[in-house]
Write a protein that binds this ligand. Structure first.
Ligand code: ADP
Ligand code: AMP
Length: 216
């Protein structure tokens, strides 16, 4: 299967993608994770992306489109895109590359959450800098406070999960990313709306029931 997961920052895209790829054996292509790895490696792309990410702005489309098309080419058997596309231009770039390769997206999972719970979800998020696992101080606690369950060590709070940056990221979402859903609706895609304002396991169950039907 080839899927896109859409939703505001903090909707639960990363959390649900990890569960989807475990069940359906696909690659998890997260633009945010790829950018953070580029930054860790201090690559040219990582350096270019840094200031945008730290302020809650979007990294320029041309950098992101090339990066994600490159990642998609390495996952021919199936993937779920997490955090991409985030602008209509990125959606158009993706569509052009898919058309050229004779491929298509099977479904677009749209995680719907109002703004109110987002601040608490993002400021309470704790991430493992080694394996990328994501926890929450209330909603998804690690077994030992502050430690990754997989034995990697200390969990960290992402700089862009501080309240001031979260506000900017939500603004960026409404100004630039929310319109991507309309882009896909206009282009007759298979959009699967999911109520993501429920507890994590309930959201997973709803996604799995829709994907089981899609997977046939
Ligand atoms: P995204 O990838 O969309 O930015 P994440 O999957 O990283 O979002 O989730 C953001 C934070 O919210 C994490 O700390 C996660 O544990 C928590 N979270 C995810 N889904 C839910 C949910 N349905 N209810 C409550 N908290 C959630
Ligand atoms: P995420 O991990 O998805 O929350 O993304 C973290 C940050 O990386 C965002 O706030 C952006 O600065 C940047 N980013 C991730 N994906 C994209 C994208 N598709 N387009 C532009 N910037 C992105």
């Amino acid at each position: 299967m080839k899927l896109i997961l859409l939703g505001p920052p903090g909707a639960g895209k990363g959390t649900q993608c990890k569960r989807i790829v475990d069940k359906y054996s696909m690659a998890h292509l997260s633009s945010g994770d790829i950018l953070r790895a580029e930054r860790k490696a201090n690559s040219e792309l990582g350096q270019k992306a840094q200031s945008y990410m730290d302020s809650g702005a979007l990294v320029p489309d041309e950098l992101i489109i090339d990066m994600m098309i490159g990642a998609i080419k390495k996952a021919p058997a199936g993937y779920v895109l997490d955090g991409f596309p985030r602008t209509i231009a990125q959606g158009e770039g993706l569509d052009a590359a898919l058309e050229k390769a004779g491929e298509k997206i099977d479904g677009i999972v749209n995680l719907q959450v109002p703004d109110e719970p987002i601040m608490a979800r993002m400021t309470g998020r704790r991430s493992c800098p080694v394996c990328g696992a994501v926890y929450h101080i209330e909603n998804l606690k690690p077994k030992v406070d502050g430690q990754c369950d997989k034995g990697c060590g200390e969990l960290v709070q992402r700089k862009d999960d501080m309240p001031e940056v979260v506000s900017c990221r939500l603004k960026t979402y409404h100004e630039q990313t929310a319109a991507v859903i309309g882009y896909y609706q206009r282009n007759d895609n298979n959009i699967i709306d999911i109520d993501a304002n429920q507890d994590i396991d309930r959201v997973t169950a709803d996604i799995f029931s829709k994907l089981d039907a899609l997977n046939g």
